[in-house]
Ligand binder design. Structure first.
Ligand SMILES: N[C@@H](CCC(=O)N[C@@H](CS)C(=O)NCC(=O)O)C(=O)O
Length: 240
């Protein structure tokens, strides 16, 4: 049994849940509240981020490391291509998702007031009322500070939205030759990119942009269906 330490609405935690679903691995989740984040996260991952997993006495974090570990321990069905070029492309696309797209979802969900009003309470679903109330003020500012350091937070909203549209166009272009991003079957690249776009499309602006990209919408449905929790029917694992 795998134990997944998570913030439920984190795209990286969603990535690992979906890998576990595809591979049919039994797992249990331990939700970390915002209140406990500072003390508890470092106990399971010294880097201080989630997801982290515990399996057969080993605990470690980083969604890419976890996904590669799961691929090794539970090889079927394969999510990493064996062809070297495809494997490399899969890695580069996962990195695009984790290191670039992530900041767009952070910008949209947590720094725009109307979206933050929905997402901050979900982030604090396991916290006391007082922490939850404080978070409504603190989280958008904390995320904004991260984004200013990263760079995206120094751009105007209009510039960020233009950048985001370019990312939608890039994804749409990649899907113009086949149903999956790399090779002829779903890979970790599809899952990693999907979870970030799912968060992006969980915002007013992201959902509006998606309506211009039918092919992206169809791919999202494909990935959702292929990676949903086996007993969850058609209900998305990540509320959008
Ligand atoms: N590269 C890491 C990123 C994980 C990450 O940024 N997780 C966020 C939640 S979405 C986190 O734990 N943030 C807490 C922090 O940075 O202090 C991965 O792939 O696991």
């Amino acid at each position: 049994m795998v134990t997944l330490y998570q913030f439920e609405i984190s795209p990286f935690c969603d990535k690992i849940r979906r890998v576990l679903h595809v591979k049919g691995v039994d797992y249990t989740t331990r939700e970390i509240s915002m209140q406990d984040a500072v003390t508890k996260v470092r106990k399971v991952n010294p880097v201080g981020k989630l997801p982290a997993i515990e399996h057969e006495g080993r605990r470690f974090g980083d969604s890419t490391d976890i996904a590669y570990y799961l691929e090794e321990r539970f090889p079927e069905p394969r999510l990493l291509p064996s062809d070297p070029r495809e494997r490399a492309l899969c890695h580069v696309l996962e990195d695009w998702a984790d290191e670039s797209l992530y900041f767009y979802e952070m910008f949209l969900r947590f720094t725009l007031g109307h979206n933050a009003a929905r997402w901050v309470p979900l982030l604090c679903a396991n916290d006391s009322e007082i922490v939850s109330r404080a978070a409504r003020f603190v989280i958008p500012r904390h995320m904004k500070a991260i984004l200013v350091k990263q760079g995206l937070g120094r751009k105007s909203r209009k510039q960020v939205m233009a950048d985001l549209r370019r990312h939608f166009e890039a994804l749409d272009g990649m899907l113009s030759t086949g149903p999956w991003l790399v090779g002829s079957s779903m890979t970790l690249a599809d899952i990693a990119v999907f979870v970030q776009f799912a968060c992006i499309c969980g915002t007013k602006e992201g959902a509006a942009t998606l309506t211009d990209f039918e092919r992206v919408g169809l791919w999202m449905q494909r990935v959702e269906t292929a990676t949903a929790k086996p007993d969850s029917g058609s209900k998305p694992a990540l509320a959008r």
